[in-house]
Design a protein around this ligand. Structure first.
Ligand code: GDP
Ligand code: CA
Length: 330
């Protein structure tokens, strides 16, 4: 089975890690999971290109993530960061681990040598053993894009700041007027992205941030059209449980869009291509768009087995929606 997943960082990576444990993937060496990763969070820091969501996917799927934090390398130190702080070279608010810096140094060097982000990501994916785990990781686009957040400034006007500064430094507490994505309108989908959507047996939307993770991937020209046109059922998992994000600030991202902070509100963002929707038991009685197949279950990914259970339910719903999806003991 060919499964394509559009993913942000922590929520996306944990879901995909669970997906790899489902019998549909684990027991079928012919199954492939293509992960299309968000690149809107990307940022250049001390001259290094950092791709937070791709790195979280690499480390999580490769078995090297800091589990507690959800991102960064397990057992990492911050010696370089401490020295940069002592030298007054910022930004001080962004966590850069020493091992993690190895990734950013390699990526920056390879980009400087003329490799595309796809080619760089492919090299990093091999270092983390992703092909052996039946995973292909594609950036949504090779075109550099950056999500910016427009907030009020002190003089009653507005100013834009990089998404990471808003999210990490300010904890998403500055009310967002809107999000803009530099470079997005002219971005091209990375090689393989549209094909992965068009030729998939199933497309899954993990519980990733609907605005600044999945929303950015959907904004890459051609992606949304491919989702509308694919023969594969598109099944999504709500990132909001009882109207609240499990972690992060998805609520602060939905507010400026005027979208209700709920599982139903998020489903509405995908209405033009969504085939089925998984929500938490807490939302079982909510009102969803008419004719949208909705299933309620415990959506908290407490551990890998929990993530596998949710991913299996997503595949089950896909099989219900499409005769082409093999039904089995997922
Ligand atoms: P980020 O790039 O690291 O912010 O990660 P993502 O965009 O992939 O995912 C963030 C979203 O994942 C947030 O809106 C969380 O509410 C959601 N999330 C995190 N853990 C869980 C979980 O266990 N279950 C569900 N349903 N959603 C989760
Ligand atoms: Ca992210």
């Amino acid at each position: 089975m060919q499964i394509t997943v559009l993913a942000g960082g922590v929520g996306g990576a944990r879901f995909v890690r669970g997906l790899l444990r489902t019998p549909a993937v684990a027991d079928d060496p012919g199954s492939t999971v293509t992960v299309v990763g968000n690149t809107g969070d990307d940022i250049t820091l001390v001259g290094l290109r950092v791709c937070p969501d791709l790195d979280t996917l690499l480390y999580t799927l490769g078995g090297g993530v800091d589990e507690e934090q959800g991102w960064g390398r397990a057992g990492d130190t911050r010696e370089v960061k401490a020295e940069l702080d002592a030298l007054g070279v910022g930004p001080s608010w962004f966590g850069l681990g020493d091992r993690d810096l190895g990734t950013h140094l390699a990526r920056t060097r390879w980009l400087g040598q003329g490799l595309s982000l796809s080619e760089v990501t492919d090299r990093l994916a091999r270092r983390w053993g992703l092909p052996e785990r039946q995973v292909r990781l594609l950036p949504a686009t090779d075109t550099p894009i950056e999500t910016h957040v427009v907030v009020d400034d002190e003089d009653g006007g507005e100013r834009a700041l990089h998404f990471q500064e808003w999210w990490v430094r300010h904890g998403a507490r500055l009310p967002a007027r809107r999000f803009t994505v530099a470079g997005l309108a002219d971005a091209a989908p990375a090689p393989g992205v549209l094909e992965a959507i068009r030729s998939a047996d199933v497309v899954l939307l993990p519980p990733s941030n609907p605005v600044v993770s999945i929303g950015i991937i959907l904004g890459v020209p051609g992606v949304r059209e491919a989702l509308r046109g694919t023969r594969a059922p598109v099944v999504g998992v709500s990132p909001l449980l009882g109207g609240r994000p499990v972690r992060g600030h998805a609520d602060a991202c939905l507010a400026p869009l005027g979208v209700e902070v709920s599982a139903a509100g998020v489903a509405g963002l995908y209405a033009d291509f969504l085939g089925g929707w998984l929500v938490d038991d807490a939302d079982a009685d909510a009102t969803f768009p008419p004719r949208l197949p909705v299933r309620a279950l415990d959506l908290l990914m407490r551990d890998e087995a929990g993530a596998a259970r949710i991913a299996g339910a997503a595949l089950d719903l896909a099989a219900e929606l499409s005769p082409a999806v093999p039904v089995g003991d997922r």
